[in-house]
Every structure is written in structure tokens, then in C-alpha cells.
Write a protein that binds this ligand. Structure first.
Ligand code: ASP
Length: 431
């Protein structure tokens, strides 16, 4: 088989929009057997699927695949052209995606998993240089974009903050962007003003990725959040269509949730419960955009109890204190904290708890509690880890090398630990 068994099977399930349970039933195998075929090849429980199953699944997928492929070639072409902004290969907003194109990006992310899990290495972007321009605080986004690019064989140049950049000398966005374009092959930009990354993107023809523009959008975070939800749901045997997503915290200034709800709206019949203190509610234009599509139900609450019941996903967020005056914070009390007691009280055993991170661990911040750390329902570190394959996929697609990745892989020379976090759930990194 040209691709890893795990990638092959996950791809088949996603194309057919089937859960593991239903997929196993359709192809007439036991769910437990399918689970062992879906494990990474090096793991102890891994089993090779029988050849007859492989042939059967290939036949199903190829029939559907041929039709899809034909339609795409005729009407649409490569993924980067289909998500382009005014003909340029940029990622500025999740609005560039359809359900089909986002799932196509995730198939590329699935292919990146052996590299992200340190089983394989690739040099497919050898010689390419990434310019990471961060004019606002960042740990995860900056480092994971850098690591993703490096793991594909490229190299990374960073600038952080205004103080050490020429913007402190009064340089315009246009000049900075045009000058950087002469030095690097792709730029990831984070900037405190909404709309500023689009301005950078106008001044260049090289690919630009929005790493967060003020309270505007954070498309790569929303993509890895959706990828996480789909991956976790596949493990739990759930479908995203019809699911209940509860989003809590600062929904006004939290850019990750602006991007996430727009992206989730590509699915069907979702129930969104938006739980925010007075003054920090989701902006109306974002709600209107979601309400326009997919038969969604949107409910707004100012208390956790009302919005959490029956949720499949709790997505907690940090109060973006850096974006407003302290007085506006009054409504954000300890009652907004997502902790073990709240999850036990209102949610089922199969809920997943997410957060874009960082969580504010200072006293009085009432952000997502650390008492959930050993609880396998807490998906925040699996979510953060997914930043690597998804960001690798973004680069591969924007630079048009996604079809070269599979054949560029070699085995790693070192041995990473089987679990990278001391409190990782047993299935961490396996699905
Ligand atoms: N890291 C995310 C962002 O940059 C979330 C946060 O900062 O609260 O938007």
C-alpha cells in the first residue's frame, strides 16, 4: 500500500462521512478489529488488515474518489487555487473554505501525522525560508508554525514585537511586507490590529498566513480546532453534523471563536450555545453569518448551567484582557470557570473539553481549571499537538507540495518517548 494503513482507513471514513462504528458495520468487520488497524504501525496493538478488506475498501473509495477527482480537475484544480484570495495563495480567513476544501486540507494533515509524531522526517521544503513576523505575544502559534516548517525541511526567520522591528522606526506595513518578501518564501504574521494581516498580504505575492489579527480572526487555530473535534469524534463514534458545541468566556474579543464558529457552520444542524458575561458576547455580525447557513440553532446565555447541558464539546476561552479596560471585566466571575465539578455536573462521559490556550492560571482569572488535567475528556494538549500536522498541511498546500510529501518521508534516527506528556490519556497520539 502506498500510504500508511491508518491514513488509508481514516481517509476512507472521512470521504464516506462514516463513524468507526458504522464503517466497521458496513464493511462487515468487528469494531475492535478496525481499532487495531487504525493504530500507528509501530504500536504494540497494531494489526495489518486482511488483504481482502484492503481491496474491498479501495474499490469503494476509488469509485467515489474517481468521480470527485474528475469533478475537481474539471471545475476547480489544486486546493491552493480553490482557497486563494484574489488569485493569491494566502490564508487570511476561514471564509476561504468550503466543507470539501477543509476536509481535503485535513487529508493532507493526516498524511503529516507520521512526521508530527516523530516517526518520519521529510525534506520536501528544503531551501525554503519562512518569515515568522509576530507583533503580538505568542508561544504556540509562532513556535508551532516554525516547527511545522522545519519538520518539512525548511528554515525559519523570526521577528517578535514592535520594539525590535523597523516598525518602531515608523516603517509602514506595505514597506515591511514588500521588503520581507525579498528575503523569505512565505510569511506568517500576527498583529494587534484587525485587518492588518490582509494589508500585509496586499503588498506581496508570496503566501501569507494570518497568525491572528487583533480581535479579527485566527484561521489556523480554528482549522486545528475543527481537526481536533473531528478526530476526537471519530474516536468516540460521533458525527459533527447535529452536534452541540458550547463556547464559553470572552466571545467578543476572542478571535479564535470568531473563526471557529464560522468554520463549524460549514457542517449541518449544529447547536451552538454561546455563554458569555454581559458585555463580552459574540459580535452580532459573526452570529448573523453562522445563522445564514446549515440549519443551525444558536442560543446565547450568560450562565454556564444553561448552556452546558448536553454539550458534545465545551470550548473555553481566556478573557482577552489586553484588548480592553479592566472595568468591563466585572461580569466575569468565578461562576464562569470550567472545572471538574462543572463538567461532572452538566456533561456526559463523552464530552470533550477544549481551549485554544494559553489558559490564564493567575489567581482570580477563572480560566479553565487545572483540576481537569488528568481527565481524558480534557483535549487541550491533543488539540495543541494537532497544531503541527495542520500547520504542515497549510504550508504544503500553499506552496503546492502536498503531493510530494508521502514519497519524501524517511524514518527518524532518534527515538522519541511514546507519550510526550506525563498525564496524556492512553489514546493520546494514537488517533
Ligand atoms: N492563543 C490564542 C490567540 O492568540 C488565544 C488567546 O490568546 O487567548 O488568540
Amino acid at each position: 500500500m502506498a500510504v500508511a494503513q491508518q491514513v488509508f482507513l481514516r481517509d476512507a471514513m472521512r470521504r464516506l462521512n462514516l463513524t468507526r462504528e458504522i464503517f466497521a458495520a458496513r464493511i462487515g468487520v468487528k469494531r475492535r478489529a478496525l481499532d487495531t488497524w487504525l493504530l500507528p504501525e509501530g504500536s504494540q496493538e497494531f494489526r495489518t488488515m486482511p488483504e481482502v478488506v484492503q481491496r474491498f475498501v479501495t474499490e469503494i473509495v476509488e469509485n467515489q474518489h474517481l468521480m470527485e477527482k474528475y469533478a475537481q480537475v474539471v471545475q476547480t484544480g489544486p486546493l491552493r487555487d480553490r482557497i486563494a484570495v484574489e488569485g493569491k495563495h494566502q490564508l487570511l480567513s476561514v471564509e476561504q473554505f468550503t466543507r470539501e476544501s477543509v476536509e481535503e486540507l485535513f487529508r493532507v494533515a493526516d498524511q503529516m501525522q507520521p512526521i508530527a509524531r516523530r516517526q518520519k522526517v521529510s525534506r520536501v521544503l528544503e531551501g525554503a525560508v519562512l518569515g515568522n513576523l509576530f507583533f503580538e505575544a505568542s508561544t504556540r502559534t509562532r513556535v508551532s508554525f516554525g516547527a511545522a516548517f522545519s519538520r518539512l525541511g525548511g528554515s525559519v526567520c523570526d521577528t517578535t514585537g514592535f520594539t525590535f522591528s523597523s516598525m518602531a522606526k515608523g516603517e509602514s506595513i506595505y514597506d515591511t511586507s514588500r521588503v520581507m518578501s525579498g528575503y523569505v518564501d512565505v510569511m506568517v504574521i500576527r498583529h494587534p490590529e484587525q485587518g492588518s494581516v490582509a494589508e500585509f498580504a496586499k503588498a506581496t505575492n508570496i503566501p501569507v498566513v494570518n497568525g491572528g489579527d487583533g480581535a479579527g480572526e485566527h484561521p489556523s487555530q480554528a482549522l486545528l480546532d475543527l481537526y481536533t473535534i473531528l478526530t476526537e469524534f471519530s474516536r468516540l463514534g460521533k458525527l459533527l453534523d447535529g452536534a452541540h458545541i458550547a463556547i464559553t468566556g470572552d466571545l467578543k474579543y476572542g478571535r479564535t471563536v470568531h473563526s471557529l464558529v464560522k468554520l463549524l457552520a460549514l457542517y449541518k444542524g449544529l447547536k451552538f450555545t454561546l455563554i458569555a458575561p454581559p458585555g463580552l458576547e459574540m459580535p452580532q455580525d459573526v452570529i448573523d453569518q453562522v445563522a445564514k447557513q446549515g440549519n443551525h440553532v444558536i442560543e446565547q446565555y450568560s450562565e454556564l448551567a444553561d448552556g452546558l447541558k448536553g454539550a458534545d464539546v465545551i470550548y473555553a476561552t481566556r478573557v482577552q484582557k489586553e484588548r480592553f479596560a479592566d472595568e468591563q471585566m466585572e461580569g466575569y466571575t468565578a461562576d464562569f470557570q470550567i472545572n471538574k465539578a462543572v463538567v461532572e455536573r452538566y456533561c456526559a462521559e463523552d464530552v470533550i473539553v477544549m481551549h485554544p490556550l494559553p489558559r490564564d492560571s493567575r489567581e482570580g482569572a477563572h480560566d479553565l481549571s487545572v483540576d481537569l488535567n488528568p481527565d481524558p475528556r480534557l483535549a487541550i494538549f491533543r488539540q495543541a499537538d494537532n497544531g503541527i500536522p495542520v500547520r504542515m498541511a497549510i504550508f504544503a498546500v500553499l506552496l503546492g507540495v502536498e503531493n510530494l510529501v508521502q514519497h519524501s518521508m524517511r524514518d527518524v534516527t532518534w527515538s522519541p518517548p511514546s507519550h510526550i506528556g506525563p498525564e496524556d490519556a492512553v489514546f493520546h497520539g494514537m488517533y
